[in-house]
Design a protein around this ligand. Structure first.
Ligand code: DQA
Length: 156
């Protein structure tokens, strides 16, 4: 299908997937003093619009299930040129997500709305960071835009 494949030739758009983890479906009402007032739909629309300006096709997925996120990362190989991942609480617990990223070899940008290093100690460790191309945290929803800019350069 034209426009989807990351390994496509000249003139074809790159595609990336933005994966959001557990409880991020509640954005807008979930602890807005930490995560802001935008809903997940707002953020996904922002990602798609910014993707357009970068000539990137942006696909979005949210799941509360670790297994579904692992499958989404596995499925990204061959379909997308890179991954933007806010694994939410699984960031701090999931060897399976780290293994999935390693298995695909796709460039992955880790995003967090909040600055995880200025919060509780258990949020300071990430299983994603050692295998991510880079980490953006603490800039709220703008972090996804910054991640798209970074990923666009990485997969170009
Ligand atoms: C988060 C930070 C995580 O520690 C937390 O569990 C989340 C959201 C963020 O975007 O700031 O659910 O990933």
């Amino acid at each position: 299908m034209p426009g989807v494949w990351s390994c496509a030739g000249a003139g074809m758009r790159h595609s990336v997937i933005v994966i959001n983890g557990p409880n991020l479906n509640l954005l807008g009402t979930r602890e807005p003093e930490i995560y802001g007032h935008l809903t997940l739909s707002d953020i996904e629309a922002m990602c798609k619009a910014h993707g357009e300006s970068l000539d990137l096709e942006v696909h979005c997925l949210q799941s509360n299930s670790e297994g579904e996120m692992v499958t989404a990362i596995q499925d990204a190989k061959g379909r997308h040129g890179g991954v933007i991942l806010n694994a939410a609480a699984y960031t701090h617990t999931s060897v399976a997500l780290q293994d999935a990223i390693l298995a695909t070899g796709l460039p992955t940008v880790e995003v967090h709305l909040s600055n995880i290093f200025s919060r509780e100690e258990f949020r300071h460790h990430s299983y994603i960071s050692p295998v991510a191309a880079g980490v953006i945290c603490g800039f709220g929803a703008k972090g996804y835009v910054l991640a798209l800019d970074a990923l666009a350069e990485l997969i170009d």
